[in-house]
Design a protein around this ligand. Structure first.
Ligand SMILES: Nc1ncnc2c1ncn2[C@@H]1O[C@H](COP(=O)(O)OP(=O)(O)O)[C@@H](O)[C@H]1O
Ligand SMILES: [Mg+2]
Length: 406
């Protein structure tokens, strides 16, 4: 039986399902995380043979705890699916001589400049780019790259502190807002549609791939409260529009030497049809996308990942059966959830094609739309036909309303 150390086994919420999948697939799972044991979700707690409660931000403390543990238990593998601790996981592997990604192999998945340098060398089409830690450096990069540009943190997430800048005067306005960001990436602004290319791999072989279409682009979702973010996990990946992005995805994984686990890449498709690289992470997509993939495939992607990392293959193939679309709704108004309207006609129109409606209960405080992508309500619809899914997601975006008031 393989003993696996799982970092942060219960947070964010999806981690509990990955932890359970490891246990169900036959691993003995040791959790290491900062959640106090009583705050671990039951799903995670029930799957753990042991839990070390230690601050993940304190590398010395984590290594100390694992050295202590190593006196009574052997562990053979370290898994981490949460972005902030990917490097920590690699450090643990190096310290204990375990297989898997090293620090050097992990850095290009975390540092957006390093990432693009490696990919440029491999001939991948990245946006023109520069990184800098100074105001003068941003001006110089803007000059060289040409407007419009994107300025964003070198190790950002969730479109935080990310700005499109169209001119010098705009850049003057944006720079003070970036004062707290130690290093930024400046990029050519790439106009187009935005997609993911997500995989589960074992030994450098792609066992499963997913392409998801963001509507609108994530930066727009982050900028405008009235937007209802839509993501569609696509059924037919063989269409010509996706060919360039999928080929790029393979090239990127090769260039970065990725072997085993989940990956999540974002790419842009311009109006002219060119695929341009966005970013990549060595972890699953967040914000419920793994669940969306489960609706798309009618499979268990959590289990698929566990089988890949433990046994190097999928027991049952994961295959797309539906276009599955999710709509996140943001409440209108502030305070507590006070009502929902528009749901009945949508149910009447789409019936069983609506597979999930999960709205915060009346009386619950509404969430902060800027910091939680999932918003105050989540709906999933699916159908064989993409046009129908586009129509349904658009109708839910415009016709379903969640109200809040103080
Ligand atoms: N070069 C670019 N051209 C156009 N849009 C961009 C560019 N870089 C980032 N964006 C927008 O900002 C969003 C967030 O940037 P991204 O690099 O994905 O960082 P993260 O998701 O880690 O915050 C993207 O999804 C995209 O909408
Ligand atoms: Mg992104």
């Amino acid at each position: 039986m393989t003993t696996v150390v799982m970092l942060s086994p219960g947070y964010p919420a999806e981690m509990a399902y990955f932890t359970r999948a490891l246990a169900e697939t036959g691993a003995r799972v040791i959790g290491v995380g900062d959640q106090p044991p009583h705050e671990l979700p039951t799903v995670a707690r029930d799957a753990l043979a042991h839990y070390e409660h230690v601050s993940l931000a304190d590398e010395g403390a984590v290594l100390g705890a694992l050295h202590g543990l190593a006196h009574h238990a052997r562990f053979e593998q370290v898994e981490c699916l949460w972005e902030p601790y990917m490097i920590l996981a690699a450090r643990i592997r190096e310290t204990f001589g375990l297989p898997g990604m090293t620090v050097e192999q992990t850095v290009p998945f975390r540092d957006k400049e390093r990432m693009k340098q490696v990919l440029d060398a491999a001939g991948v089409r990245t946006p023109r780019h520069a990184s800098t830690a100074t105001v003068a450096g941003v001006w110089e990069a803007a000059e060289r790259i040409g407007y419009p540009i994107i300025v964003k943190p070198i190790a950002g997430a969730g479109s935080a502190d990310t700005y499109r800048v169209d001119s010098g005067p705009e850049l003057s306005d944006v720079l003070p807002l970036l004062r707290h960001v130690p290093e930024v990436s400046v990029e050519e602004f790439v106009d187009g549609e935005e997609f993911t290319f997500d995989t589960i791999c074992a030994d450098g072989k792609i066992l499963f791939e997913n392409v998801m279409w963001y509507r609108p682009r994530p930066l727009q979702m982050r900028l405008h409260e009235w937007v209802s973010p839509v993501s569609i996990a696509l059924r037919d990946l063989s269409v010509p529009d996706l060919r360039g992005g999928r080929a790029m995805g393979r090239q990127v994984l090769d260039a970065l030497g990725f072997r085993t686990g989940f990956t999540h890449m974002e790419w842009y498709r311009t109006a002219a049809g060119e695929a341009v690289f966005g970013e990549i992470a060595a972890r699953p997509p967040g914000t419920r996308v793994v669940d969306l993939i489960n609706y798309c495939t009618e499979g268990d992607t959590y289990r698929g990942w566990a089988e890949a990392v433990l046994h190097g293959g999928l027991q049952r193939p994961l295959e797309q059966r539906f276009n599955a679309g999710s709509i996140f709704k943001r409440a209108q108004g502030s305070g507590r959830i006070s009502g929902v309207d528009g749901l009945d006609p949508l149910r009447a129109a789409y019936g069983d094609d609506i597979v999930l409606v999960d709205i915060l209960p009346l009386g619950t405080p509404r969430r902060d739309w800027r910091t939680t992508v999932v918003g105050d309500g989540w709906v999933v619809v699916r159908h064989h036909d993409l046009q129908r899914v586009i129509e349904m997601t658009e109708r839910f975006a415009t016709d379903l309303h969640i109200h809040a008031n103080a």
